[in-house]
Design a protein around this ligand. Structure first.
Ligand SMILES: [Zn+2]
Length: 323
């Protein structure tokens, strides 16, 4: 079976390993039984909504409040992805969520960059870039955008808008995206996760080169056409979508119609720890529910490389690593 080699949609906090949580708690003089850690971070089978899903981020956020913790988390994640055979990943996080103990967003970012850089030196089979998330309803977004502009090309490859989609209309962030665009910082936007096709249309109109999830697009012929015509990359996260009930049954996931329509869809994990998933698990679920072939999985990895926020030269080199 084809092994996935690219993950473009992966949250640092939602992918924090249990081992690192234990280590970070211990540094703070705390202990917590493994079963309790698991219960705190893993989405239960009876999860009913995205809002409930997002509660799983409290413990990871609580421990990710020091420079050491950010560096360690980033290093550990890249190390695990390299061990799984990935050749490229874009890891996203919101610096403003890690300032509870007094770090500045820039300190948070620099520590994370250090972890990613060291891991790439130690595990040279993988390349990794960072996406800086602004948060829906967040108060530190202007600073995050400034950091994205300052560090683009220096560990940061792009930006994102995350959080509870729909609680604020995404066009509220028009100025933020215009600012990123002006400085040529590419970005993706979480859009259509909870079913609204108009958010996908708006994300494309706001200049997003990629959309996170995009599930809602399936409800609108014109949005499907727009995705295909603009070749906007869709970052599908199937296991996560089943857990948040964005999609109720794997066989109904729009990844199949997206693919068949020629939309540049990709396979991603979203949150390896909260969703208890890996690219391998995503592939297994997608293959068994929708009969994707190895050639089709390879095609989706090619879509991911083509949509990666790297230079054309880097894309060529990465495409060669897929076969
Ligand atoms: Zn996400």
């Amino acid at each position: 079976m084809y092994q996935g080699k690219v993950d473009l949609h992966l949250h640092l906090d939602g992918s924090l390993s249990e081992d690192v949580i234990i280590e970070l708690l211990a540094r703070d003089g705390k202990t917590m039984p493994l079963a309790q850690i698991r219960d705190s971070i893993r989405v239960p089978d009876h999860c009913t909504s995205l809002v409930e899903y997002l509660k799983r981020f409290e413990l990871p956020t609580q421990v990710l409040q020091t420079e050491y913790a950010m560096e360690r988390a980033a290093y550990d994640l890249v190390e695990r992805l390299a061990a799984q055979g990935l050749v490229y990943t874009e890891i996203r996080f919101a610096p403003q969520l890690h300032t509870r103990k007094g770090l500045s967003q820039e300190q948070v970012l620099r520590s994370t960059i250090r972890g990613v850089e060291q891991a790439q030196k130690d595990f040279p089979t993988i390349r990794a870039g960072l996406l800086l998330c602004s948060m829906i309803g967040g108060e530190g977004n202007a600073e995050t955008v400034e950091l994205a502009k300052k560090y683009i090309g220096y560990g940061v490859v792009g930006a994102d808008l995350a959080g509870a989609e729909g609680s604020v209309p995404i066009e509220t962030y028009y100025d933020l995206f215009r600012d990123l665009q002006r400085e040529q910082v590419p970005y993706t936007i979480h859009a259509g996760e909870c079913g609204d096709p108009e958010n996908v249309r708006k994300a494309i109109e706001l200049g997003a080169r990629r959309v996170g999830h995009g599930c809602g697009a399936i409800k609108s012929e014109s949005v499907m056409d727009l995705l295909a015509r603009t070749q906007t990359v869709v970052e599908a996260c199937v296991v996560s979508n089943l857990q948040t009930k964005a999609v109720l049954d794997a066989k109904d996931h729009p990844i199949r119609p997206f693919f068949d329509r020629g939309i540049a869809v990709t396979v991603n994990t979203d949150n390896m720890s909260c969703s208890d998933t890996t690219l391998q698990r995503e592939h297994a679920v997608i293959a068994s529910a929708m009969g994707f072939t190895d050639a089709e999985f390879l095609r989706m990895d090619e879509n991911a490389i083509n949509g990666a926020f790297v230079s054309e030269e880097e894309k060529k080199a990465l495409l060669q690593k897929l076969a």
